[in-house]
Design a protein around this ligand. Sequence first.
Ligand SMILES: Cc1cc2nc3c(=O)[nH]c(=O)nc-3n(C[C@H](O)[C@H](O)[C@H](O)COP(=O)(O)OP(=O)(O)OC[C@H]3O[C@@H](n4cnc5c(N)ncnc54)[C@H](O)[C@@H]3O)c2cc1C
Length: 583
Amino acid sequence: MAALPNRPGDFETTAHAIVNGETGISNGTTQPTNGETSPSAVETISADILIVGGGFGGMYGMHQYRKLGLTVKLLEAGSSFGGTWYWNRYPGARVDSETPYYSLSIPEVYRKWNWSERFPDHEELRRYFAHVDQTLDLSKDAYFNTIVTEARYDMAAGAWHLKTDDAYRVATCKYLVMATGSSYKKHFPAFKNLDTFKGQLIHSALYPTSGLSVSNKRVLVVGSGATGVQIVQTLAREKTCQLTACVRTPNLALPMHQRRLSLEEQNAAKGFYASQLQAAKQCRSGFPYDPAPRPYAQTTREERLTLWEELWARGGFSFLASNYGEFLVDREVNRELYAFWAEKVRARISDPAKREILAPLKQVHWFGTKRPSLEQDYYEVVDQEHVALLDLKAHSIDEFTASGVVTRDVQTGQTRHRDFDIVILATGYDSLTGSLLDTNLFDTSNAPLAQKWKTGTYTYLGLTIPQMPNLFLVYSPQAPTSLSNGPPIIELQIDWIGAAIKKMREEGVKYIDARSEAAVEWREAIQKMNALTLYPETDSWYMGANVPGKPREQLIYLGGVDTYARVTSDALDGWKGFDVVKE
Ligand SMILES: Cc1cc2nc3c(=O)[nH]c(=O)nc-3n(C[C@H](O)[C@H](O)[C@H](O)COP(=O)(O)OP(=O)(O)OC[C@H]3O[C@@H](n4cnc5c(N)ncnc54)[C@H](O)[C@@H]3O)c2cc1C
């Protein structure tokens, strides 16, 4: 099999490899990867707790669980820490959560760290993860370039046994923490003849580490989600690049209002970080933004416009988090908010055709039910002559050829060949469930997770899975995850797991196992809440709708971070919903 395109810089991987699925996690039968002579024996990594995944979750977990006096080891597919930000190096990749809320609440980490911008880019984020590693001395217990390919629980021994893609490396532990993230398994749409394309085909999460010149190149960007917007906004700065951006659903992007941060202001603010980062865990969104002053129904149109102008001027996600919550449940409110957004954006696009594609007067999906991007000058950039928009609702991509794509006019049926040197797939992920399913977790009856979740996802509390004793999830399906700011919810989950393990040890518990009926109830409660909102009316990856064949269901707990913290903490008291087996 060809080398897996599973490292940043693996863009040379051919279109053939991508199309033939040589893109994910290998099957565990590969030989040792270091090219040296084979070790004489299989190495067994053994620890009280094994963590899979070296992003925020894994790093924070190592630090917290060491404090419990446990041995902790971490296994990570990439060659260093960073998780999402290890993989995502595409042009313009930066976080949409603002400083300091997209960082860990560990004082020894933030005391010696300063950000250069309100919304840091991927390079700065990787430097931050290196700082966290160094400050907390994490690397010594981490195994990089190690993909976990299977995990099974041994009831008698009370231990998880893991296989990796290195046949000579296995692992075993009492407690297994899956910090494999929401956005690790890349999604490649099934375009006809994609494997025949002879130019460079790049998934955004595998962008060449050394960068890629697009000057005098014809570049197609497929996907107009948050990543597509960032890539187009950045590549279009190169005026000799003929850039074509596909738009099927326009991104209802919000202003970022990026700015430089000074050392002085951060030093002055650090005294408040502890309370600010704590507050982030006690609110709905993981950002302690102020709520809308009054319910929508008690406001005048003038008051609403005043609030919306104020939030627009702030920049960032406070436009959603501080808005009238009614916009997610009431169509009229949502329409009014969309009209405000469209007016703002349309004023920035001079080309009438582009204006209609990017900010049509007729609303195409409910505001806030898809992940919006934060943009800086996206609309001005796209308005330029060297940037073309390919409206996929009017011109579908029929197939790929060696030198580009064939599009079809949806109304006339007329086809046209378009030449490209580079195609960038900003087509996202098999989000939330993909990385867990690919890790081949087996339950105690030997059923693989893929079978258990074939028709729907069943976790209990977004933290555990029935018949998978002592296995815990982080940044997971059925938790606030992608509808909240990452680090606060990750810390809450890691701390919940720590509290559960501490309690187990105090009570002499061998393992806890979530009851199936508790998982069914948890799922039902999420779907019931979802039915009260506008989310189910939109095709989004929150709903599993971006990947063909994936069950359509709300994958996010919609009750907010604060409620989630309370409900999960209550469950620990008396082990509600768990079977508990003593040593
Ligand atoms: C482009 C992009 C932009 C984002 N922007 C934001 C934002 O603005 N705000 C926000 O809050 N969140 C954002 N996110 C979500 C982001 O993923 C989280 O904020 C956070 O980084 C998740 O951390 P994590 O540790 O849970 O998982 P990750 O950072 O995803 O790390 C998971 C790790 O697990 C490893 N792994 C997976 N499977 C295996 C296996 N079988 N064996 C070994 N290793 C494995 C992966 O290599 C990966 O390094 C963004 C995500 C993406 C992709």
